[in-house]
Design a protein. Structure first.
Length: 365
């Protein structure tokens, strides 16, 4: 079915008042429309997966380490390079050169979530850092065209990512470009990351994965957990009781793992909590519309009196869970920058519109 057919049938359906048919046609057809983006470089254990999309069905070669890879005709291209240290690469037919590089010691990485489509600020700063950690929701409706809009604005820095609930309609697509299961562990030099997925009943599977694979994180200087849904949150959806209880139990039960923080999204704002010297961040203000928490119809029993909150919350806010651990919350587009010194982890929260630092947290280890 081509796009013209979709438009004609959509018009007829509206005229007939058959809204369901309109939605089905729109949903089924738009994912077939490719949108040019990339390359994206996904970090793997023994190499790097390079993914890109071309508007036209084409044989697009990737040249990496002076070798040409991938000669299949497609819109969506995914090639594995047996190198996750440093290499130059380019796409045949494009003048721009790219370089993949992970330093021997990680100095800084960036964390963002909910970067879907609208108000995407992720392309506005490309300063020196080592890689991106993305906490889910790269589209709103799970349409390929939306992924193209989001991914076309991404840095070409290396990427690690977990899926969000809005990515579920295209789970197979996300899996195909990252070549990852829903739950996985990834080491990046001296740092270990758990990426877990909990939407639609997957929480049990995710916690089973953590409980059965915690030993993978032993011996790392720093360990982080990345999950789309928040452990604690002052946002619209708040906390998820079972996830919060299970995560607290897991973290408390493994002090040997050097867990430093948990990065989440889902609620479209920034929030920070600190419990037993472990930081919990809601990074859901990466591009999607900000949750208006001063509006009772949005915030319900978590309504904010102003556009930012600071310090421990009162007991009336306990529906967010962890209210006593709360540090700060902002209704602003932000990202979290994680850097390291000899005995500290530093979390810098930056306003993506003004580029100003809102706050920095130091974690003595």
């Amino acid at each position: 079915m081509n796009i013209s057919t979709v438009i004609i049938m959509t018009t007829l359906s509206i005229a007939l008042g058959i809204e369901v048919i309109v939605k089905q046609l729109y949903y089924l057809s738009l994912p077939l429309v490719p949108s040019n983006y990339g390359p994206l470089a996904f970090i793997h254990e023994n190499g790097t997966r390079i993914h890109w999309c071309t508007n036209e069905l084409a044989e697009t070669n990737l040249k990496a380490d002076k070798k040409y890879l991938d000669k299949t005709q497609s819109n969506y291209h995914s090639v594995f390079v047996n190198n996750n240290e440093k290499f130059d690469y380019s796409l045949n037919g494009y003048q721009k050169k790219h370089q993949f590089y992970l330093p021997p010691v990680i100095n800084k990485f960036i964390v963002m979530a909910d970067i879907q489509t609208v108000n995407t600020y992720i392309s506005t700063m490309d300063e020196d850092y080592d890689f991106n950690v993305l906490c889910g929701d790269y589209s709103y409706s799970g349409l390929m065209s939306e992924y193209g809009e989001t991914f076309s604005k991404m840095h070409t820095k290396p990427v690690l990512m977990v899926q969000g609930n809005h990515d579920e309609p295209t789970t197979d697509f996300i899996d195909s470009i990252t070549q990852r299961p829903m739950n996985y562990f990834q080491k990046v030099r001296n740092i270990g990351f758990f990426f877990i997925y909990i939407n639609n009943g997957h929480t049990y599977l995710a916690m089973d994965y953590l409980n059965n694979n915690y030993q993978k994180a032993q011996g790392f200087d720093h360990v982080f957990i990345v999950v789309h849904h928040p452990i604690y949150s002052t946002g619209e959806f708040g906390s998820f009781d079972y996830l919060t209880q299970e995560m607290e139990t897991f973290i408390d039960g493994h002090p040997e793992l050097n867990i430093r923080g948990v990065f989440t999204g889902h609620d479209h704002l920034f929030a920070a909590f600190k419990r037993n010297n472990i930081f919990y961040f809601v990074n859901g203000a990466g591009g999607a519309g900000i949750d208006q928490m001063t509006n009772p119809s949005v915030a319900y029993d978590r309504i904010w009196a102003q556009e930012e909150l600071h310090g421990p919350l009162s007991i009336i806010n306990q529906n967010c869970l962890g209210y006593e651990y709360h540090l700060d919350s902002w209704m602003k587009f932000t990202r979290t920058e994680v850097s390291f010194s000899s005995n500290k982890v530093i979390y810098t929260i930056r306003d993506l519109v003004t580029k100003q630092v809102l706050v920095s947290y130091e974690q003595v280890i």
